[in-house]
Write a protein that binds this ligand. Structure first.
Ligand SMILES: [Zn+2]
Length: 328
């Protein structure tokens, strides 16, 4: 069978329904939601257990991301990252109609030991927020393990959490071990390690779809929490001109991923040959050109540029904001 050349790949979103979800994945981001008021997450790129992304455009339609990594890892991931058996990042949009549980994620060592999963460092870029929307990130200064444990037992966790108003464009880095919750009304993009290891400590006294409180994981959470971390605030982007009026902003950077936000008013070239690049449309619309092919990157859409595709020309329709994500 002749091998199909790779191109900018678009995947079918995997929709997750949870009690705190809403409808903005459909009404704002144009994901194919159905009836119901609980569309919580759109997994844009996933190679996690039974949630595996499938190409939905072009000659490779129907091929899974897992198959691409297994059979064409060097071309997809890039020479520097090939040899991995799993795509390293999970990329989502999250619609919090209601506040999410207060939770913490383990690092790699604790994830393996406590959850049989990878660790989970994640980062958020706020897409939209209501005027009163909050983000809870980290514990207030000086909160001790003993105080946190007592607050969990009393159901009084909220006063110990650092919080700030969510603003569109904010980028917040949630390293493994940071206690956090996404507040009601926030719509955001999340880039994270390929993991679902989540330990809930407090669920605001509510019940799940079955009328019972959702499970908490207090022992694991206490073990995973880094009590030296303290409050976490939105990071201040490193802005620099990137030619012809375009602006490049350095956002989160950690061993797992590096994010940049490109504010484009003129064509730009994005993507690399030695590793893959994920593009997310955050505002406006752009066209991604690769050889004779063209792909749209509208607000709310995600494309994977395989390493073998290399740099692509990105032409904004007027103005566009594009997030790029690579493994450093
Ligand atoms: Zn989280």
């Amino acid at each position: 069978m002749p091998t199909v050349s790779l191109y900018p790949l678009r995947f079918e979103p995997i929709l997750r329904r949870l009690i705190w979800g809403g409808r903005r994945l459909g009404t704002v981001l144009h994901k194919p939601i159905g009836e119901g008021n609980d569309y919580a997450e759109s997994w844009e790129l996933s190679d996690y257990r039974d949630a595996v992304s499938v190409v939905n455009e072009g000659e490779l339609s129907g091929t899974t991301l897992r198959d691409l990594v297994h059979h064409r890892g060097r071309e997809v991931l890039g020479p520097g990252l090939s040899g991995r058996s799993q795509f390293p990042l999970l990329v989502k949009f999250i619609d919090a109609r209601e506040v999410l549980s207060v939770q913490v994620h383990p690092d790699d060592e604790k994830g393996k030991r406590l959850a049989g999963d990878n660790g989970k460092t994640e980062t958020w870029v706020v897409v939209d927020a209501e005027p009163e929307s909050l983000i809870y990130a980290g514990l207030r200064p000086g909160v001790t393990r003993e105080q946190f444990q007592a607050a969990i037992e009393d159901g009084q966790v909220e006063p110990l959490l650092h919080r700030f108003p969510a603003r569109p464009g904010d980028c917040i880095m949630i390293e493994a071990g940071t206690v956090h919750a996404i507040g009601a009304g926030v719509l955001l993009a999340e880039i994270q390690q390929m993991s679902d290891a989540t330990f809930r400590v407090f669920d605001w006294g509510r019940v799940g779809a079955d009328g019972r409180p959702r499970e908490l994981h207090i022992t694991e959470a206490m073990e995973s929490t880094d009590f030296t971390r303290g409050p976490v605030n939105p990071l201040i982007p490193a802005r620099e001109p990137a030619g012809e009026g375009n602006i490049r902003e350095g956002l989160s950077r950690c061993p797992f991923f590096a994010l940049e936000r490109w504010r484009l008013s003129r064509p730009a070239v994005l993507g690399q040959t030695d590793r893959f690049t994920i593009l997310m449309g955050m505002e406006g619309c752009a066209e991604v050109r690769h050889e004779g092919q063209r792909a749209r990157l509208a607000f709310g859409q995600t494309l994977l540029l395989p390493a073998a595709v290399g740099p692509c020309e990105i032409i904004p329709d007027g103005e566009a904001v594009v997030l790029t994500c690579v493994v450093p």
